[in-house]
Design a binder for this molecule. Sequence first.
Ligand code: NAG
Ligand code: NAG
Ligand code: NAG
Ligand code: NAG
Ligand code: NAG
Ligand code: NAG
Ligand code: NAG
Ligand code: NAG
Length: 290
Amino acid sequence: MLRSDRLPQLLLLLYAPLCHLGEASGPPYPPGTCPQCPYFLPTPLNASTSVGAAVNLTCGIRHLGDSKVSWIRRDDLHVLTTELMTYTSDKRFRAAHVRGSPFWTLEVNNPLVNDSGVYECQVSSQNKIYRRITLNVTVPVSHILGSHEVYLKAGSDMNITCVLEGHKRPTHVTWYHVGNGSDEVREVNAGGRGGIQVVTDRRTGTSWVTVAQTTYRDAGNYTCAPEFSTPSHVQVHVLHDEETAAMQPHLQGTNSSGAVQSSAAAPGAFRKTSALIISLSLSEIINCLW
Ligand SMILES: *[C@@H]1O[C@H](CO)[C@@H](O)[C@H](O)[C@H]1NC(C)=O
Ligand SMILES: *[C@@H]1O[C@H](CO)[C@@H](O)[C@H](O)[C@H]1NC(C)=O
Ligand SMILES: *[C@@H]1O[C@H](CO)[C@@H](O)[C@H](O)[C@H]1NC(C)=O
Ligand SMILES: *[C@@H]1O[C@H](CO)[C@@H](O)[C@H](O)[C@H]1NC(C)=O
Ligand SMILES: *[C@@H]1O[C@H](CO)[C@@H](O)[C@H](O)[C@H]1NC(C)=O
Ligand SMILES: *[C@@H]1O[C@H](CO)[C@@H](O)[C@H](O)[C@H]1NC(C)=O
Ligand SMILES: *[C@@H]1O[C@H](CO)[C@@H](O)[C@H](O)[C@H]1NC(C)=O
Ligand SMILES: *[C@@H]1O[C@H](CO)[C@@H](O)[C@H](O)[C@H]1NC(C)=O
């Protein structure tokens, strides 16, 4: 099929590791025994997402013929979809397929942690074949940068940074404040006394609360509460002049380096995606015989 002498070697070299991905499908046909039987393309066997961030599980099938594709949840052997029909009352699951494409997708919208598990793409050919994909739905974790005890001199400005790790969708962040000696939980927003500001970069999941010219009323417990995530807390002390001298090193102890790392995580995910696309187009060039 390929005319150049060197190209096949190069492609096989690139392709060889991907062939192993096929090992999760079964039963395998001995090489060359069934050239027209359906077989799976080497799509990823693992998918991960965070709570609430839609995810697609995809399998690709060549020589499908008249056979039908079903998605089955291995936990309870529930048949979720067959072709484009949905057999679960759970509206979060939906099958998607573009006519003529080898790819069959199970869309999982608003995933929950307990959607984690193994899903099977099953082809109802004479020799039933399947490919199992493990879905991992995680809960993002929030962190407040710097110390969890912040000491401020009365009249100075406060700037607390909260970063979210492991989120796969733009995220809304709410801040709460419980004043020193108070039980009342108040949402922190710009509508308070003035000089208070909450800024959130929803994409990177980084949020700042800034308070200008702090007074003792600004002391207390601040909670960073991103949606679909674990909250984090910081205790703020506002000190009068005579108390500050000893505490000087702690002042404004936040550090933005974590925010940079957090935003750098996204491009890596995109690189992975493009590697997958390349591997899929390679698979269209060569049939992998396993
Ligand atoms: C998929 O995840 C499982 C369990 O988390 C792990 O054992 C396996 O190595 C992963 N496979 C790939 C191809 O990443
Ligand atoms: C899932 O696939 C559908 C098409 O079937 C697409 O519209 C959607 O953007 C995909 N979602 C994700 C999270 O990739
Ligand atoms: C998963 O969790 C949700 C709420 O957290 C619950 O309503 C649902 O029944 C659970 N599903 C299963 C299969 O346990
Ligand atoms: C799911 O992903 C998280 C974060 O990447 C990882 O720590 C955890 O081990 C994974 N769980 C499984 C079952 O693979
Ligand atoms: C701050 O408030 C949260 C929630 O009310 C609580 O869990 C946490 O222990 C508090 N932190 C401190 C340092 O008091
Ligand atoms: C709360 O206020 C009291 C008296 O004003 C002070 O002694 C104490 O250090 C304050 N605590 C915090 C956590 O700021
Ligand atoms: C911020 O973090 C960097 C690297 O972790 C460190 O070198 C630097 O001293 C920190 N700055 C402050 C103000 O803590
Ligand atoms: C708060 O700190 C962040 C990062 O350290 C910075 O980007 C932001 O401009 C600061 N906000 C204010 C109002 O000083």
